[in-house]
Design a protein around this ligand. Structure first.
Ligand code: CUA
Length: 331
């Protein structure tokens, strides 16, 4: 074989390896870890990746070498030598992958067990998903539209849904958990880094899915203690506004009185104008019907995408307060 060809092959291999190495090192493949659980999950990820890189390198090198070493020479029309397997080699290439796969299983099982351990005094927070908003309930009964948790303490989330299947995800916590109606799925998060991280719904749940977002705020223990103290105090909100927030109306609708800027559903600042177009009784009757029976009249320019479940979800007294609140703030 021409030495030139060998050198060319070697140069090509070195350049390809250099490019791959640079790309591999330059890209931050995983989100920054903000919890103990995420750090353990990242360890499993890299443990598996390093093994995969090792196996790939050995296999690719063996193939490249064989292609070069055992290629057909010009004018060589003969058959190859008859070979009949290689028992020793076969034992090795069965045993080594078996050991590697077993190692990955053991490491994964240990991490799964550690990650589900909630310690003796976890902070328990209820997570309720609905089309298209998140609601977080604290042990003192306080409900919030975002998650506030103290650093370095086990936080156990009890995740469920009122309507369809959603999925709770904070990339920096590296765990995803489905929110399923009627089921209570739990995950443990032990935050290790102060900051604010996005809460994302990662299960296609309807037209508002991409907007079903909130945030998780990791604070110091002192800040969390004062947050919990103030959290018990009543918020200065009218009952109607509280219902508006509680049922997640703001995730789809605009209403300047509530600082809501959603654009999936009709603009509630324009309710009077809509009611005049719709000819469906008084303003209050129109609003009530639109909440309880949203499919009956669809505002032109919008689709029938409001959940049809609010009629059962919203208690009668709260419904009246919500209707009054919307009627008062309509323009
Ligand atoms: Cu909720 Cu997607």
């Amino acid at each position: 074989m021409r030495r030139g060809a060998v050198i060319q092959l070697a140069v090509f291999a070195i350049i390809a390896a250099a490019i791959c190495t640079v790309v591999a090192l330059a890209i931050p493949w995983l989100p920054m870890s903000a919890s103990k659980e995420a750090t353990r999950i990242h360890f499993v990820y890299w443990f598996t990746t390093v093994i995969a890189i090792g196996v790939f390198s050995v296999v690719a090198s063996a193939i490249a070498y064989s292609v070069w070493k055992f290629r057909a020479r010009p004018d060589d029309d003969s058959d190859g030598p008859p070979i009949h397997g290689h028992t020793k080699l076969e034992i090795w290439w069965t045993a080594i992958p078996a050991v590697l796969v077993t190692a990955i299983s053991i490491v994964s099982a240990i991490v799964l067990a550690q990650n589900s351990h909630a310690g003796s005094n976890p902070l328990k927070v209820g997570v309720l998903a609905r089309q298209f908003a998140w609601e977080f309930t604290y042990p003192n009964g306080q409900k919030l539209g975002y998650l506030e948790i103290p650093i370095n303490r086990h936080v156990q989330l009890d995740i469920t849904s009122t309507d369809v299947i959603h999925s709770f995800w904070v990339p920096q916590f590296s765990q995803k958990q489905d929110a399923v109606p009627g089921a209570h799925n739990k995950i443990v998060i032990t935050p290790t880094r102060l900051g604010t991280y996005p809460v994302i719904c990662t299960e296609l749940c309807g037209l508002g899915h991409s907007l079903m977002r909130s945030y998780a705020k990791v604070v110091s223990p002192t800040e969390f203690a004062s947050f919990m103290k103030n959290a018990g105090k009543p918020v200065k909100q009218s009952p109607g506004e509280a219902a508006f927030d509680h049922f997640g109306c703001n995730s789809c609708h605009t209403l300047s009185a509530a600082n809501a800027t959603g654009t999936i559903g009709p603009d509630l600042d324009k309710l009077k104008q809509y009611a005049a177009q719709a000819h469906r009784g008084t303003l209050e009757a129109f609003i009530k019907e639109s909440i309880v029976n949203p499919g009956v009249y669809i505002q032109p320019g919008y689709q029938d995408q409001m959940p049809h479940t609010f009629g059962q979800q919203i208690p009668a007294s709260q419904l009246t307060q919500l209707v009054q609140y919307l009627a008062q703030n309509a323009k």
